[in-house]
Design a protein around this ligand. Structure first.
Ligand SMILES: *Cc1c(COP(=O)(O)O)cnc(C)c1O
Ligand SMILES: [Zn+2]
Length: 408
């Protein structure tokens, strides 16, 4: 059973029933799910979780949808890998990569959509929809296919080919909008007033966002039931960043891990860094920007959870890192060449940030650091296409040896 009590407004605290709502009627603040934490604490244990399914549904006690009803393409339970080569190159002792690029639709978005789609079906919706920077469209389309629901997914028209194909293949109605993500999001907010659809990141947003907590849960379990010292997380709307932190704290409050002293670092590319910019300026008001970045999955100029991400930065003593655009592809190459993981630009932003944070001493060698790799490089091949060159030869021994001898 689910331990949801209802929703509450993050600005004014007003309470609402657990319905498909996302903003407060009184102050327009965003709504968040509340739980009966005493009831959760009385049932959860490490053993109960360890005996659960090998997916994010092992944490169902902390999620707002029923595991028995789950629209399940097996999101979550992804590898946490000790990154010895990358660590050595940065002078770190204990670096881990949370490889969420290997989720079923190849990004962490499967976690949020698993919850949002399940909840949508519980509410009786027959259609899933979303405003996407790319990965969300693929995940919504995949979950809708699995559930036999209709899907309308909206993307900016200028996305990478692999993101478009990676959504279209599941058979949704794919709507490419001539505009930025922020335009797509505005359009979808308007549509959600007239169409009785479950827009996973609009009217279903409180439930959707909870799915990201599972990344915090999973990392704590995989580290042997403890929180890391540092989390390095990419930021678009800022939701994922705040929910990893929430997940760690829920685990601690329930007695599953000890105190959480984790510093949270949020990473963006310079071409779209409204959260990092506000943090550096010591400002709690985000100034929206017009994105111009190679990291299209992070290209949200007006981040819905930006304010809350800034609060988490403040509360944890973490910081923001904005990396120059030219370091993004370099970060992708570093991760591929040193650790055998092919990520998309969001992961390139994380690796580039990690390098900067390690070199500047903001993260220390002896600390446990987890870098979150949230998306897969096969969807964004054009970003590194001209850095690779096969050796082309005739099919003869001599041709091979000749090619070898002229290679540097
Ligand atoms: C959506 C996305 C993010 C960030 O998500 P937010 O919760 O909006 O901050 C990070 N990485 C990838 C690959 C994504 O697709
Ligand atoms: Zn309110």
């Amino acid at each position: 059973m689910s331990y949801v009590k209802g929703l509450f407004c993050k600005e004014c605290g007003r309470e609402y029933p657990a319905e498909p709502l996302n903003v407060c009627d009184f102050c327009f603040g965003p709504l968040e799910v509340t739980y009966d934490y005493d009831a959760i604490s009385s049932v959860v244990s490490r053993e109960r979780i360890e005996n659960g399914p090998r997916s994010m549904w092992r944490y169902h006690d902390f999620l707002p949808a029923e595991a028995e009803n789950a629209i399940d393409i097996n999101a979550g339970y992804t590898p946490l890998i000790k990154a010895n080569n990358l660590a050595r190159s940065l002078g770190l002792d204990e670096l881990y990569l949370k490889n969420d690029a290997v989720n079923p639709s190849f990004s962490f978005k499967d976690r949020v959509v698993a919850v949002a789609s399940t909840k949508a079906r519980e509410f009786g919706f027959d259609t899933l929809a979303c405003a996407s920077t790319g990965n969300l469209a693929g995940s919504v389309a995949a979950h809708a296919a699995r559930a036999g629901m209709r899907a309308f997914v909206f993307i900016p028209a200028d996305l990478e080919r692999g993101k478009i194909l990676g959504a279209a293949v599941y058979g949704p109605t794919l709507v490419a909008v001539d505009g930025s993500y922020d335009d797509v999001n505005r359009l979808c907010s308007e549509l959600s007033d007239s169409y009785n659809w479950a827009f996973v990141n609009i009217n279903m947003r409180p439930y959707y966002a909870e799915g990201s907590k599972s990344l915090g849960f999973e990392v704590a379990e995989q580290l042997g039931w403890r929180a890391p010292d540092n989390c390095i997380v990419p930021g678009a709307s800022g939701s994922l960043f705040t929910k990893i932190w929430k997940g760690l704290n829920e685990f601690s409050s329930a007695g599953l891990i000890g105190d959480v002293n984790t510093r949270m670092f949020i990473c963006q590319a310079e071409g779209c860094a409204p959260i990092v910019t506000a943090h550096k300026a010591g400002d709690f008001a985000i100034r929206p920007v017009k994105p111009n970045t190679i990291a299209k999955s992070l290209a949200i100029g007006n981040p819905a959870d930006g304010y809350f991400a800034l609060r988490v930065l403040e509360a944890t003593g973490g910081s923001g890192c904005a990396v120059p655009e030219e370091e993004v592809a370099e970060g992708i190459k570093d991760l591929a060449e040193m650790e055998g993981i092919f990520t998309e630009p969001a992961g390139g932003v994380v690796v580039a940030s990690l390098k900067r944070l390690a070199r500047s001493g903001q993260i220390k060698p002896w600390e446990t650091t987890v870098a979150f790799i949230t998306g897969n490089g096969y969807k964004t091949q054009e970003v590194v296409e001209d850095t690779v060159r096969p050796v082309l030869i005739k099919p003869t021994f001599a041709a091979f040896e000749e090619a070898l001898s002229v290679r540097p």
